[in-house]
Design a binder for this molecule. Structure first.
Ligand code: NI
Length: 408
């Protein structure tokens, strides 16, 4: 199969590309310079990407020998995200952000560069039967860019029988990788409770219905939903992050607002929490003569649930790339959210982690102002993508072969 991987992968070019993106980060749906750079990189490889899906998204199709857009054969999608965060970088190195208050603090610059490395490898050696769609999505950070591309026909225009994504993971040292079958990231629902009472003078509480007192009672009781109501082995988080009420110490206000978020690994648990919040808040408010209205601001991203066969394949390729001891194929899920979950609701696939520490140590956390992507991952990530795509395509060509997977 593949003989000359090292000469096809141009690490210096990828490193310079990654650092350029880091220097000029762009926020969700504003990734136009980033998209121009990606398109130019691909065009130099002889690949013309389709642009403008989900505003700034791109899809680059690499066809194996004898395949074409009209006759793609089996097709696999590999996804990278392109957007940065509204954060002021504190790093002082040469490629630190030049855009005030914007930073690639989640490593999406690195994800993009790893996928372009895969493009170098796949385009230079096309002895595979089928098509690889490289998907560069906008707005992973709160903008549901994956869904925006899907709403504009991503999988109708570029049908994929499987999709995969990688995220760098600072709590794993560089050189280690992780994946699991089933949920790997949580859903993220945002809600608001409006508690309505009756305002008045702080010195005459008997003439009022104090919504602040009611809100405090509700917040305390909401914490029983996870601790007493959900299966301890089915992780869930309920956090109240903001309370708003009142204007002055001597006034009891008319209403109080409670803002929170729920993170769950299954839809059923999310539904249980929504019903529980409404029930507990409603009854506590009623007990005090107040009312409580639940407003779901967003059901957010769905949980990212890896499909079994694809997660097993991902784990097997991880073992081939970094060895048995460094491939963690049964990691615990994270309660963060990721919009790749939308793609996994429509197409089978898996989402995995690539360690981002340095010298065997965990790295600086994602979304931290001192974070940076570890460039040692450009080679590992690109070669991982190349190998995964070729392995998946090979398995489509031999549907009756015995699977050699052996994960739990
Ligand atoms: Ni991210």
């Amino acid at each position: 199969m593949y003989l000359d991987q090292d000469s096809a992968l141009h690490i210096n070019q990828l490193t310079a590309f990654r650092r350029d993106l880091h220097r000029y980060p762009e926020l969700k749906y504003q990734e136009s310079r980033t998209a121009d750079k990606i398109a130019a990189f691909l065009e130099a490889l002889g690949i013309t990407p389709v642009r403008g899906l989900g505003q700034t998204g791109l899809v680059a199709s690499i066809h194996g020998q004898g395949r074409s857009a009209e006759n793609p054969g089996p097709a696999i999608g590999l996804r990278a995200d392109m957007d940065a965060l509204p954060l002021q970088e504190v790093n002082r190195f040469e490629h630190a952000s030049q855009n005030e208050g914007r930073m690639h603090a989640c490593g999406h610059d690195g994800h993009t560069a790893m996928l372009l490395g895969a493009a170098q490898l796949l385009a230079s050696e096309r002895q595979f039967d089928g098509t690889v769609h490289l998907i560069f999505q906008p707005a992973e950070e709160g903008g549901a860019g994956a869904k925006a591309m899907m709403d504009e026909g991503l999988f109708e225009r570029f049908p994929c029988q499987a999709v995969f994504a990688l995220h760098n993971w600072p709590s794993l040292p560089q050189g280690q990788m992780g994946v699991r079958v089933g949920p790997i990231m949580a859903s993220g629902m945002m809600f608001e409770l409006v508690v309505r009472g009756k305002g008045g003078h702080a010195a005459m509480p008997h003439t009022t219905i104090d919504p602040i007192h009611v809100a405090c009672a509700i917040v305390g009781q909401l914490q029983t939903l996870v601790s007493r109501g959900t299966d301890p082995l089915d992780s869930a988080v309920l956090t109240i992050g903001k309370i708003e009420a009142g204007t002055s110490a001597n006034i009891i206000p008319d209403e109080a607002r409670i803002l929170g978020t729920c993170r769950t690994l299954t839809k059923a648990t999310q539904q249980f929490l929504i019903e529980g919040i409404e029930r507990i808040a409603g009854h506590i408010a009623q007990a005090h003569g107040a009312t409580a209205e639940l407003i779901i601001n967003s059901t957010g991203y769905p949980s990212t649930v890896n499909h079994r066969q694809e997660a097993l394949l991902m784990g097997e390729v991880m073992r081939e790339m970094v060895g048995e001891a460094n491939a963690h194929t049964d990691v615990l899920p994270a309660m963060t959210a990721e919009d790749f979950g939308f793609m996994l609701e429509e197409v089978p696939g898996a989402y995995g982690w690539i360690g981002n520490g340095a010298a065997g140590q965990p790295g600086i956390a994602l979304h931290n102002p001192a974070y940076d992507f570890n460039d040692a991952n450009l080679s590992l990530g690109a070669r991982f993508w190349d190998r995964l795509a070729r392995r998946w395509l090979l398995e489509q060509a031999r549907p009756l072969s015995t699977p050699s997977m052996s994960l739990p």
